[in-house]
Design a binder for this molecule. Structure first.
Ligand SMILES: Cc1cc2nc3c(=O)[nH]c(=O)nc-3n(C[C@H](O)[C@H](O)[C@H](O)COP(=O)(O)OP(=O)(O)OC[C@H]3O[C@@H](n4cnc5c(N)ncnc54)[C@H](O)[C@@H]3O)c2cc1C
Length: 333
């Protein structure tokens, strides 16, 4: 089965071929997806998954791509990005959300509906699906505290309804990390609250976030999970790694737990820098850092690497030829 067969089977689907994922990832790095699909409804995702599974296509799911690094070789097979599947409906104290919706938007809608419980999420830049997958949290709150029900889809296209307990939420963990199921819809259950208090809390947390995090650069948030008994940022700072730069990637000067893309970084720059930090901290402190960010996709194969090096060299040599020609032109004027 080829990409042509996929396009033929889903003539109305929005499918982009050989699409650079750096356009969608928060780090602004990553190679191309063979086929990047933008479904708009649960039914569309279900039909796609059935077809892709029956035809043995490897399938990757993306939310807002704010917690992952896609390697420079990109992703083979199908990549489904859920950000166009984003309906939010509010009834009484429950908010029903299709999982491509931005968590920040859900948090804003909760404020408008005078519901409390999602203030902590007002600056987490992921989709609701990614937040469920990761059990995202901040400033003492976690999504697990406000979730009533999750609709999952298995890779074979079967729907499952899950309660909060069945999701097995823990620190940056949910059962989806083992089952590989896809979250389609989530029901949040909140409490009635005072809109002024809700807004004040959100303003305070937004201020804390903007003052402490390097939001002015592309990044993937905190790169590492918090090791028990330590603060990752402090370990990295004390090891003298703050500001350490590898290619276009840099350990943020504002928050040492973040790696920022300061100058056209590649995913390889990110991954090599992560490995370097892990090695230094293990040697210095005996602490094994575990990445919170997910690293997915394929490495550039060596002939692609060689090709890129050759193209870069050709560009450099063209630039210098042109500058010599223009200098020669200037001297003849
Ligand atoms: C500046 C910045 C600040 C951040 N601050 C925080 C913070 O305070 N707290 C926090 O917890 N995180 C934070 N993050 C990390 C990130 O925003 C969260 O982990 C978020 O929940 C990831 O959601 P996403 O949609 O971007 O997921 P993605 O990055 O797209 O995906 C992450 C993982 O989830 C899977 N996934 C996504 N959607 C689905 C779905 N519907 N079904 C099945 N699997 C799915 C993907 O396959 C992947 O394995 C921050 C990131 C940035 C860049």
């Amino acid at each position: 089965m080829t990409i042509k067969d996929l396009v033929k089977a889903f003539p109305d689907a929005n499918i982009k071929i050989d699409e650079p994922l750096s356009k969608y990832t928060y780090t602004r790095t990553g190679g191309p997806a063979d086929a990047l699909i933008f479904p708009k409804s649960k039914e569309e995702v279900q039909a796609l998954m059935k077809w892709l599974n029956e035809n043995d296509w490897p399938t990757t799911i993306l939310g807002n791509a704010s917690n992952l690094i896609v390697k420079d070789g990109g992703i083979r097979g199908a990549t489904i990005i859920l950000t166009d599947m984003n309906r939010i409906t509010i009834e009484d104290k429950t908010i029903r959300v299709l999982t491509g919706a931005p968590l920040i938007e859900v948090s804003k809608r909760a404020l408008e509906a005078e519901l409390t419980g999602l203030e902590f999420a007002c600056g987490i830049p992921g989709s609701v699906g990614g937040a469920i997958y990761m059990n995202a949290g901040a400033y003492g709150g976690e999504v697990k505290e406000v979730i009533k029900q999750v609709t999952l889809l298995t890779r074979k296209g079967v729907i499952k309804e899950m309660t909060n307990e069945e999701m097995d939420f823990d620190y940056r963990h949910s059962i989806m990390q083992e089952t590989d199921d896809i979250a389609l819809e989530v029901v949040f259950e909140l409490e009635a609250g005072d809109p002024e208090e809700i807004k004040a809390k959100m303003d305070e947390l937004s201020y804390l976030r903007t003052s402490k995090q390097p939001l002015e650069y592309p990044s993937c948030g905190s790169v590492f999970k918090r090791p028990t008994g330590y603060f990752t940022g402090k370990l990295i700072q004390d090891a003298g790694l703050q500001g350490y730069t590898w290619g276009g990637a840099q350990v943020s000067m504002k928050h040492a737990g973040f790696i920022v893309n300061i100058d056209n970084a590649t995913a390889t720059d990110y991954i090599e820098l992560i490995e370097h930090i892990k090695e230094v901290i293990l040697e210095k402190d005996g602490v094994t850092l575990e990445t919170e960010v997910k690293i997915i996709g394929q490495d550039l194969v060596s002939n692609e690497k060689t090709g890129r090096v050759l193209i870069d060299k050709a560009k450099t040599s063209l630039k210098s030829t042109f500058s010599k020609i223009s200098l020669a032109d200037e001297s003849t004027n």
